[in-house]
Design a binder for this molecule. Structure first.
Ligand SMILES: Nc1ncnc2c1ncn2[C@@H]1O[C@H](COP(=O)(O)OP(=O)(O)OP(=O)(O)O)[C@@H](O)[C@H]1O
Ligand SMILES: [Mg+2]
Length: 451
């Protein structure tokens, strides 16, 4: 976990850094936004930025976005300055941290952002085998191809391998090859010199160089364009990268892990993936079993997620009723562990008592319960009653607005949780809220919340 602090946090930088360091974070400090950008371009990576609330946070967020540094920004300010906190969140900060720094709060923020406490949960034979194989191959420097359906835990196992490897003390940098547009992925991976192309305002170190000494995870590698595959092959063969616009190659010492949810051999046959690159990467393959083929994992995983989301919401840890577990065991989990996680997250928020009952578990294709308003919170009615009498006469837009705002209130303003329950993306949620504000709707303070 690497923390970059901008400014002196109103004289509290010493205390804040000490707390972050004591929690295992590496802390770097720069005077202002320009210096922060320079450090990032130079390959001094960060996982999180802390900045004084009086700085121009909007400018920082925009610059980070423009240069595709995908980093959460935490605004720090004097306690109880509500206006500054709201302004910071509106400008794109993820959280507002009151100063002087509180040990527990900083620890919670670091934990939420890094998810480094994440462990691999399993009880099945199939996963035991996969883990045994991962243990065996982790210490070598061999490239590993991790395949498996979406949501089976490919990234989780990649992190596990890195942590068990000789490189554990160094970084693991992950690049999602599917999420970054083709023309930008090249610069992202290989870096560029100043002026290499329009928009290359300064030299930028690529991910391979950033990962030097550690591991690079090329997520969804099958989505990489052919000409980049050729460039990647050269990196693997020569262990050096050519920055775009650069005139001499740079040596890198990296281990490559790659993931894909496609059948790579078929991609090679179809001609969309280079065979030579496939052989280079595929020194060892780990195939993640789908959740329906390792049902013994369902119970421990469900309990793990229930505990995780109960704690994250400040609730006592709820228990899974036997009938509810039976419902989980009977389901096919097309979205694998990710779907189970989302489903448990929702059920923790929906269950009003200490038990998670069958009705609190919504599965894909199962009828959604009708949401009824009760004071400021939402209670979940029994599903499929077909009784919409109370809503007839209202427009879809007005019901939608009320539902969104109530759900946000219910989640104490946490947009990620609310979007999950509503079954929409955070982006959609953000747009809707913006629209409501523009229309002059009264949005309660908690609903302006965090993500
Ligand atoms: N064995 C496990 N123990 C704990 N959590 C897990 C486990 N497997 C998966 N998860 C959780 O499930 C979610 C999906 O895992 P991950 O992102 O590793 O899957 P993936 O195969 O990379 O998915 P995708 O193909 O969609 O990228 C994550 O939130 C992860 O933390
Ligand atoms: Mg993944």
């Amino acid at each position: 976990m690497r923390l970059l602090i901008i400014g002196d946090l109103y004289g509290q930088i010493g205390a804040a850094s000490a707390i972050a360091r004591s929690r295992g974070a590496k802390v770097a400090h720069v005077a202002d936004i320009d210096a922060a950008l320079a450090a990032l371009r130079d390959g001094q990576g960060a996982d999180l930025i802390m900045i004084e609330v009086r700085e121009d946070i909007e400018k920082l967020v925009n610059l980070l976005m423009r240069e595709r540094f995908n980093l959460p920004v935490i605004a720090c300010g004097v306690k109880n300055d509500k206006d500054a906190a709201v302004k910071a969140i509106r400008s794109g900060a993820k959280e507002y941290l009151p100063l002087p720094p509180n040990e527990e709060l900083i620890a919670a923020v670091l934990e939420a952002i890094t998810e480094e406490t994440q462990s691999v949960i399993y009880a099945s034979q199939a996963m035991a085998k996969t883990i045994a194989m991962a243990d065996q191959i982790a210490p070598s420097d061999a490239s590993i191809m991790i395949t498996g359906e979406s949501g089976t835990g490919k990234e989780v196992i990649a992190r596990y391998i890195h942590k068990k490897s000789k490189r554990a003390g160094n970084l693991m940098i992950s690049v999602n090859c599917a999420a970054i547009p083709e023309n930008l992925l090249e610069a992202e991976l290989f870096g560029h010199e100043k002026g290499a192309f329009t928009g290359a305002v300064a030299r930028r170190i690529g991910k391979f160089e950033e990962a030097d000494g550690g591991t690079i995870l090329l997520d969804e590698i099958s989505e990489m364009a052919m000409h980049l595959q050729a460039k990647l092959l050269r990196v693997l063969q020569e262990r050096e990268v050519d920055r775009i616009g650069g005139n001499k190659p740079v040596k890198v010492n990296i281990r490559v892990l790659a993931t894909s949810n496609r059948n790579m051999q078929e991609e090679v046959k179809k001609g969309t993936f280079r065979e030579d690159l496939y052989f280079r990467l595929n020194v060892i393959t780990l195939d993640m079993p789908s959740l329906r083929n390792r049902r013994d994992d369902i119970k421990p995983l469900a309990e793990h997620f229930i505990e995780k989301y109960s704690k994250a919401n400040g609730l006592p840890v709820k228990k899974l009723a036997d009938a509810a577990l039976a419902k989980l065991m009977a389901y096919s989990w097309p979205g694998n562990v990710r779907e189970l996680e989302n489903s448990m997250h929702r059920s923790v928020l929906m269950a009003s008592g200490n038990m998670i009952e069958t009705d609190n578990i919504l599965l894909q294709g199962a009828p959604e319960p009708i949401q009824e308003k009760a004071g400021n919170t939402i209670t979940m009615a029994k599903p499929a009653s077909g009784n919409t009498g109370g809503l007839v006469g209202r427009t879809v837009d007005s019901v939608e607005q009320e539902l969104i705002i109530d759900t946000l209130n219910y989640c104490l303003g946490n947009r990620t949780h609310a979007a999950n329950i509503l079954g929409i993306s955070i982006r959609t949620l953000r747009n809707k809220l913006k629209q409501y504000t523009e229309q002059g709707a009264a949005i309660p303070p908690s609903a302006t919340g965090t993500e």
